[in-house]
Design a protein around this ligand. Structure first.
Ligand code: 5GP
Length: 372
């Protein structure tokens, strides 16, 4: 018989942090760098826990170059061919840059349809200095994924493995016990994702984080909340709900360092000016960058030479307003998180969830009059 779970499921927009008495006097006292320890990966990692998504637009070398300075992570997209000498050299040279801390902040990515032999050869290559792997498929519940995680862990006991995506505690624990250090959580929340529309499957992200983090921490694993953050407050809420890492796509899209051409369009504003006795609307140039889902029709065409007939697009293509350098975005996010920490009395990133009480609300943002 069909079952219905009628407990309330929450998204980021359904909650706000309750401020608490604090011993912090300034956001400068809030430490956003956390020392991460992992279940299998033998090393520690000092990081702010923010990750750029392994999407073709955001998992780029250029984003990696900037984010590593902030001790933030980039999951390179899986379409970089490391048999190409320049790409290979990027990784080996990046290893020697002081700010990169020896590629500490760089993951490579794979799906299940990709060339396994090539991947294993790269991970075994002592000159290719990456020891962090993101195994990413849309439906983390298929048995082939668990088998693959076991196989990779057996072959490479000392690498850092992140795998996903799931939204329930049972599967989170399965993947960790199969060899994952981090489980990626999120089905359907992504800004260019249409899974919920196409399949009717998904779970509100805050509830998914609450359940999966509890399950993961119980077996010494960690989770990464993936998708659905639209502003710095959402990133803080993901940490507040128990996420160890937070992955962002749309928030990093539209930046100089994101892949894709800048699109310029001249548009008429509502403002009117008089010129030579005639009135006309003032024009302005709007700038955008294209951002697309990795299972959108466009991505399938660009990277796989077309959509296989048994698949349907579960992603869309959008134009994101141009944001300038990604430095502006990461600084705003880290500033926002520091401020949240000050409001709730969390001196360290790891303590955000311990200090979190959420109010359930029915409106996240104030109404605005006019455009800002
Ligand atoms: P965002 O931060 O933009 O809200 O979400 C980014 C996440 O959306 C990615 O890390 C990935 O998990 C997910 N995503 C990216 N492309 C697609 C797609 O085409 N379809 C679906 N269902 N999810 C996608």
């Amino acid at each position: 018989m069909t079952q219905i779970r009628d407990s309330i499921e929450l998204d980021f927009c359904d909650v706000l942090f309750r401020p608490k008495r604090t011993t912090l006097n300034s956001r400068r006292e809030a430490d956003v760098i956390r020392k991460f320890k992992f279940k299998y990966y033998p090393q520690t990692l000092m990081s702010c826990g923010i990750m750029a998504a392994n999407m073709a637009t955001t998992g780029t070398f250029e984003i990696n170059d900037v984010l590593q300075k902030y001790q933030a992570i980039t999951c390179l997209h899986k379409h970089y061919d490391f048999q190409n000498k320049e790409n290979y050299r990027y990784i080996t040279q990046n290893y020697d840059k002081p700010e990169s801390a020896h590629n500490s902040y760089t993951f490579i990515s794979t799906g299940l349809r990709d060339d396994k032999e090539k991947l294993f050869a790269l991970l075994a290559d002592k000159n290719f200095k990456i020891d962090k792997l993101c195994i990413d498929i849309a439906n983390g519940y298929i048995p082939k994924l668990t088998d693959f995680v076991k196989e990779v862990r057996e072959k490479f006991p000392d690498i850092l493995i992140m795998v996903g995506n799931v939204v329930t505690g049972d599967m989170t624990q399965d993947l960790i016990l199969s060899g994952a250090d981090i489980v990626k959580v999120g089905i359907g929340p992504g800004s260019v994702c249409t899974t919920r529309k196409l399949t009717g499957v998904g779970r509100p992200q805050l509830s998914a984080i609450l359940e999966c983090s509890d399950a993961a921490h119980g077996v010494d694993g960690l989770i990464c909340s993936d998708g659905g953050c639209t502003c710095a407050g959402d990133v803080a809420k993901a940490f507040g709900a128990g996420a160890d890492f937070v992955m962002l796509g749309g928030m990093f899209a539209g930046t100089d360092e994101a892949a894709g051409d800048l699109i310029e369009r001249v548009v008429e504003t509502n403002e009117v000016i008089k010129e030579g006795g005639k009135t006309r609307f003032v024009q302005k140039t709007e700038r955008y960058k294209q951002f697309y889902g990795m299972s959108s029709q466009l991505a399938q065409e660009k990277h796989f030479g077309g959509m296989a007939c048994y698949r349907a697009s579960e992603g869309k293509v959008v134009e994101v307003s141009y944001k300038g350098s990604i430095e502006n975005v990461i600084q705003e996010i880290l500033g926002g998180i520091r401020s949240t920490m000050t409001y709730i009395g969390a001196r360290e990133l790891k303590n955000i969830s311990k200090c979190t009480t959420f109010y359930r609300v029915n409106r996240q943002l104030n109404e605005v009059f006019g455009k800002s």
